[in-house]
Structure formats: C-alpha cells, structure tokens
Design a protein around this ligand. Structure first.
Ligand code: SF4
Ligand code: SF4
Length: 79
C-alpha cells in the first residue's frame, strides 16, 4: 500500500530528496505521491517535519483520492 501526503505539507522537499523511486509530484499547494510508483519503503514518513505522510491505510479516503488524481496530472517534483 503506497504512502500518501496530506494538506499539512509545506513543500520543503525533504521527502522527495530521499524517495528511491521519485514518486513525489508537485500538486501546487502541496506534494502528492504517485501510487503507481511508490514501493512502500516507508522512508519518507519519518522524514517529514510536518507529519504529513502516512500509509494510505491510515489516511482519509479524500487524501488517498487526492494523491492518486493529482499525481496523474502533475509534474514530478525533485527530478
Ligand atoms: S514510501 Fe518510499 S517509495 Fe513510497 S513515496 Fe515514500 S520514500 Fe518513496
Ligand atoms: S517532507 Fe513533508 S512537508 Fe516536506 S515536502 Fe514532503 S510531505 Fe511536504
């Protein structure tokens, strides 16, 4: 199950810097995670100073949907 980012993200970029598969996308006001790329390593969850990242099994349905929909139409972040 992929990780997802909620709206407390401040776009510091720390998660994108350590993600091994460049799964973060720039959704404008926040970053989101592409569920098709995320390999569920969990590394970004501990990295976020905002506590904005969680496994999708522990996130709201709206957050899971937002990440999937925005990642599909937003540019990669940090490439
Ligand atoms: S869980 Fe791992 S692969 Fe998935 S977005 Fe976070 S750092 Fe990247
Ligand atoms: S580490 Fe957290 S606050 Fe920083 S860009 Fe990633 S999700 Fe957003």
């Amino acid at each position: 199950m992929p990780s997802v980012i909620d709206d407390s993200c401040v776009k510091c970029g720390a998660c994108a810097a350590i993600c091994p598969v460049s799964a973060m996308h720039d959704a404008g006001s926040q970053l989101v995670i592409n569920p098709d790329n995320c390999i569920d390593c969990g590394a970004c969850i501990a990295e976020c100073p905002q506590g904005a990242i969680a496994n999708d099994s522990e996130a709201s349905e709206a957050t899971v949907k937002f990440n999937a929909e925005k990642a599909a139409v937003s540019p990669s972040f940090g490439d």
